[in-house]
Design a protein around this ligand. Structure first.
Ligand SMILES: Cc1cc2nc3c(=O)[nH]c(=O)nc-3n(C[C@H](O)[C@H](O)[C@H](O)COP(=O)(O)OP(=O)(O)OC[C@H]3O[C@@H](n4cnc5c(N)ncnc54)[C@H](O)[C@@H]3O)c2cc1C
Length: 129
């Protein structure tokens, strides 16, 4: 259930879980099953299961840049651009590297999602195709 911020302020919770991936999802499941009132906070945008996977069944030639990264994408996502989960079709699933507070001294592949379900929803390959 999505709540607006005013209704959240009027509530009290036994636990607050940050993030809706496997970790947060499982923690929330365990806590709610024990009877706790749990608030889950998620920074990413909503991604509807199946209907939200708008590019999952596309072939590269059905996209503007043939599924490849543009120069702008390489500049905004210099770490993510090193790996396959980021491409023209998955643009909306990811936070920009340039918005991350993490500064990379030596290579560390910490990719930050920007969707409900996080990287966990991508793992099954559903939204990626
Ligand atoms: C394409 C792909 C394939 C993969 N394949 C495998 C595999 O085969 N085997 C394997 O073991 N692992 C695989 N992984 C890795 C695996 O998916 C992740 O390690 C795992 O899903 C991480 O789960 P998590 O709950 O810790 O994080 P996530 O699922 O990423 O969830 C974190 C959530 O927290 C939210 N969040 C972050 N910061 C904040 C904040 N400040 N406030 C609110 N919300 C916040 C994010 O938006 C996100 O929704 C794959 C990953 C990808 C992308």
């Amino acid at each position: 259930m999505n709540l607006n911020i005013d209704s959240i302020k009027e509530q009290t919770y036994d636990a607050i879980v940050i993030g809706s991936g496997i970790t947060g999802g499982w923690a929330s499941k365990e806590l709610t099953e024990k009877g706790l009132r749990v608030l889950m906070l998620e920074k990413g945008h909503q991604l509807e299961h199946v209907s939200g996977y708008v590019n999952a069944t596309k072939d590269p030639w059905q996209t503007k840049y043939n599924g490849r990264l543009t120069m702008a994408q390489k500049e905004s996502h210099p770490k993510l651009a090193r790996d396959y989960p980021y491409n023209e079709m998955t643009e909306t699933y990811w936070m920009k590297d340039t918005d991350s507070l993490y500064k990379e001294d030596k290579r560390f592949d910490w990719y930050r999602p920007n969707i409900v379900g996080g990287k966990s929803i991508m793992w099954g390959g559903n939204p990626i195709g």
